[in-house]
Design a protein around this ligand. Structure first.
Ligand code: AMP
Length: 618
């Protein structure tokens, strides 16, 4: 296994093997590196010369996965077993996707809860994290094959608008694929780095990144100052891309076919038209005319005709640009550089309309399919410490967090975060009248604190008696430039406060950090399962506690049969907890909700009426 070396003093990674940059895209993904000899960023290509790997996973009858080009044909032959656009599912619940479900030809499992979505194939369920991990694994092994060395570390890009859950999901996917994800970088930031914008710490610039891919459109406005990229605004359309340009031409040609007497909507005809339209569109990027023959009928399109067909779509992208500028409180004239990303920006009309909108030449000299991965590779190279001209901000080598219910690690400052850094979060008590809270501070990457390193422990005392859940305990982590961590806890309702100082890296040498990182990789899958089990158990225990209290407090208003039914259900949950069966715990806990709902509503109504009559409840 390759060695992971981290310099504790600087937080920088020591160079022992290549760190790759990965663009994990909705339609295609690819890997890039900075060549050690020429210092040039290049996309990795197989002998076939292709750098793009379709972000598609096919599962055969034995649930064996095929990824990338091998899965591409299966989109037509086995649509229900072939997963595309898994990125659109990352960190999403079924509720989040209800508007978009028509887009997916495969089955998205809806368990009616707010839980994260899963894809169902036969009786197997796959999370978007697992699906993305399969794509990342394919990219990893492809890169290992091309570079002939093991690849264990990567920088992965995500859209600028991805929230914390989606970023964490991407990180987890990397972990599952056996990759140490050194950093998650915004796609527009990577594109900017690929053009060398933002590499000079003295540079101050405001840029626009226009990204029109196969199925999505994003516009991001970034401000770069002292090597720090700040996203000022993002806008776009998650269902607008090259596919829509193809569709415009398909509709046009379909009308011509109908005039020639060829009608019908057979999937073979539509598929043939779609492929011909995409080929013609690509041809029109370099010539003035394109043609095709469908069912014996010759079809033609000129560049001018095509441009008027797609104008409404281009106008939509410009409206998004206008909105993004408005949100950033800027005018087009205040944008210093415009960067083009995504295969569809090869269409000359796209470049022209963007240039006219921003009134300046666009950056389009790099391959628009590769530019994000190239930037990720440059970021990886900087993290590897190879680019000595670049000011590298100190980063913390291991995550810092506190223990929460069930012995889980709650990370406040993630590993690789810049130093100095500050983070805070609010917690509460789990017991009625709890007067003190023990705060355990840990360092490490594992989900359970037991596997991490304890840095400090202190108690917040004299919390005034309040029901569980009411105190607001604000915990702040302050990591100063010397790597000293100050942890403070304040109960906000009463003002009770405590503070402690910890030397975060005290006593840890490089090899120990290395071991902790390797452990977190080796145990990723098992850790995720354990975390899910602990979370389900904690939630179930809280629910049991609340319900038992409710049964006692409102005994007079609950019938014997309701009491009995509830107690039986509680026993079922306890059994599931004892069996350590996560799905059963979740299911029986949900059932408890169902069992208690009718009388809980009745009791609350009646208690409310009593209260309104001026009586004391209980
Ligand atoms: P991406 O998602 O960035 O890989 O973009 C893929 C999209 O770019 C697809 O809709 C392709 O049809 C489109 N594309 C690729 N090459 C060209 C080209 N030469 N001219 C126009 N569109 C292209």
């Amino acid at each position: 296994m390759a060695k992971i070396g981290i310099n504790i003093a600087t937080g920088s990674i020591q160079k022992e093997d290549a760190i790759v940059g990965i663009d994990l895209g909705t339609t295609n993904s690819l890997v890039a590196i900075v060549r050690s000899d020429t210092r040039e960023a290049i996309a990795l290509k197989e002998i076939d010369g292709l750098s793009l790997v379709p972000s598609i996973v096919f599962f055969d009858e034995n649930n064996q996965a095929q990824v990338g080009t091998a899965a591409l044909d299966k989109l037509l032959t086995h649509p229900e077993r072939t997963i595309y656009s898994a990125k659109r599912l990352m960190g999403k619940s079924y509720g989040d996707l209800s508007q978009d479900s028509h887009f997916f030809a495969y089955k998205i499992h809806d368990d009616g809860s707010d839980a994260l979505v899963k894809v169902q194939i036969d009786d197997q369920f796959y999370s978007p994290i697992e699906l993305s991990a399969l794509i990342l694994k394919e990219l990893k092994s492809r890169a290992e094959h091309i570079l002939k060395m093991p690849i264990n570390r990567a920088v992965i890009t995500v859209p600028a608008y991805f929230n914390d859950t989606q970023r964490q999901a991407t990180r987890d996917a990397g972990k599952l694929a056996g990759l140490d994800v050194l950093r998650i970088v915004n796609e527009p930031t990577a594109a900017s780095l690929a053009y060398g914008i933002g590499l000079d710490p003295k540079e101050e610039k405001t840029i626009a990144v226009y990204d029109l891919g196969g199925g999505t459109f994003d516009i991001s406005i970034l401000k770069i100052n002292q090597g720090i990229f700040e996203v000022l605004s993002t806008n776009g359309d998650t269902y607008l891309g090259g596919d829509d340009l193809d569709r415009a031409l398909v509709m046009h040609w379909k009308m011509q076919l109908e005039q020639a007497g060829i009608t019908g909507n057979s999937s073979t005809l539509l598929q043939a038209l779609r492929l011909a339209a995409e080929a013609a569109k690509k041809q029109l990027s370099t010539s003035d005319k394109a043609s095709a023959v469908i069912e014996g009928i010759p079809l033609e399109i000129t560049k001018t005709e095509f441009e008027s067909l797609i104008q409404p779509l281009l106008d939509r992208t410009l409206q998004s640009c206008q909105q993004a500028l408005h949100d950033a409180q800027l005018t087009a004239a205040q944008i210093d550089a415009v960067i083009m990303v995504g295969g569809s920006t090869r269409v000359p009309a796209v470049k022209n309309c963007v240039r006219d909108f921003f009134k300046k030449e666009v950056n389009d000299s790099l391959n628009p399919d590769e530019v994000v991965a190239l930037g990720a590779a440059i970021q990886a190279d900087i993290l590897a410490g190879n680019n000595t001209d670049m000011l590298l901000l100190d980063i913390t080598p291991l995550s810092l967090g506190i223990e929460t219910l069930g012995g889980l690690m709650d990370v406040l400052i993630p590993r690789n975060a810049k130093i100095p850094n500050k983070a805070g979060r609010q917690y509460t008590t789990s017991k009625d009248g709890q007067s003190s809270l023990l705060i355990n501070v840990y360092q490490g990457e594992r989900d359970q604190v037991a596997h991490n390193r304890k840095l400090a422990s202190f108690s917040l005392r004299n919390i005034p008696a309040m029901p569980a859940g009411l105190p607001k305990i604000d915990i702040q982590f302050l990591l100063d430039a010397d790597g000293i961590l100050k942890v403070s806890a304040t109960e906000l309702r009463s003002g009770v406060a405590q503070e402690i100082e910890v030397k975060a890296q005290y006593g840890l040498d490089d090899s120990m950090v290395e071991q902790m990182l390797l452990d977190s990789l080796t145990h990723a899958q098992e850790d995720m399962q354990t975390r899910a089990l602990i979370e389900a158990t904690t939630e179930a225990n809280l629910m049991i506690e609340t319900t038992e209290k409710f049964l006692i407090n409102y005994a007079a208003l609950i019938s014997d049969s309701e009491q009995a039914l509830t107690k039986t259900q509680i026993e079922k949950i306890k059994q599931a907890i004892q069996d350590k069966h996560k799905d059963a715990i979740q299911k029986t806990t949900e059932q408890l909700n169902e069992v208690t709902r009718p009388f809980a509503e009745r009791v609350m109504d009646s208690a409310l009426k009593d209260a309104m009559r001026g009586k004391k409840i209980l």
